[in-house]
Ligand binder design. Sequence first.
Ligand code: GTP
Ligand code: MG
Length: 207
Amino acid sequence: MSDTVSTSSPRLAQFKLVLLGESAVGKSSIVHRFVKDSFDDLRESTIGAAFLTQTIALDNNVTVKFEIWDTAGQERYKSLAPMYYRNANCALVVYDITQPTSLDRAKSWIKELQRQASPDIVIALAGNKLDLESERSISTEEAQIYANEEKLLFFEVSAKTGENVKDTFKAIAEKLPIEEKVSQSQRRRQRNIDLSRPSTNEQGCSC
Ligand code: GTP
Ligand code: MG
């Protein structure tokens, strides 16, 4: 371990992340693994959406704070999704490696994001339930080729065992425009300090 003390001040960059994917692919389970390091075999289907936050430390004294919108995959909530992906900096689109229809659904979410979300959104594709290898029906190669074509980050993960979950969020964090965000918030902080200071060139009232 290095005993060098870093002299640069810690910096925090905040980003909005949205999870999308068919119902029961394990979106909420992935988020719970990432945020609480826990797993529930009997997780209930999400109603509307859930909001959670988690931070992740990167090199160079930077911490990324994810504001996570975990959307509901059931069809009846589909029309709510734009509310959550609008202004999102990044999206994690999830499918279940044992369910071929879930990859088709993931692809249609990705198409929608490419058309309607912010043009610089970072998109990651995650094949969940890697622990169910014996029931796999979507090969790694098939999904990897698609992800390469669409220039997406791609991981296979298991919310149940935790395999690759943190790495997925870390890879997303590393692709985000951190320097831009940090300098924006530094400028905002500086502006607030300036506004709270009494003005030095106030002339006073002569009447
Ligand atoms: P909606 O909220 O309806 O959109 O579903 P969701 O995508 O949030 O799925 P959820 O996390 O609720 O998981 C659905 C079911 O799959 C639950 O019974 C989980 O326990 C199970 N599950 C989730 N992840 C995994 C995994 O990695 N491995 C296994 N074996 N089961 C998982
Ligand atoms: Mg859910």
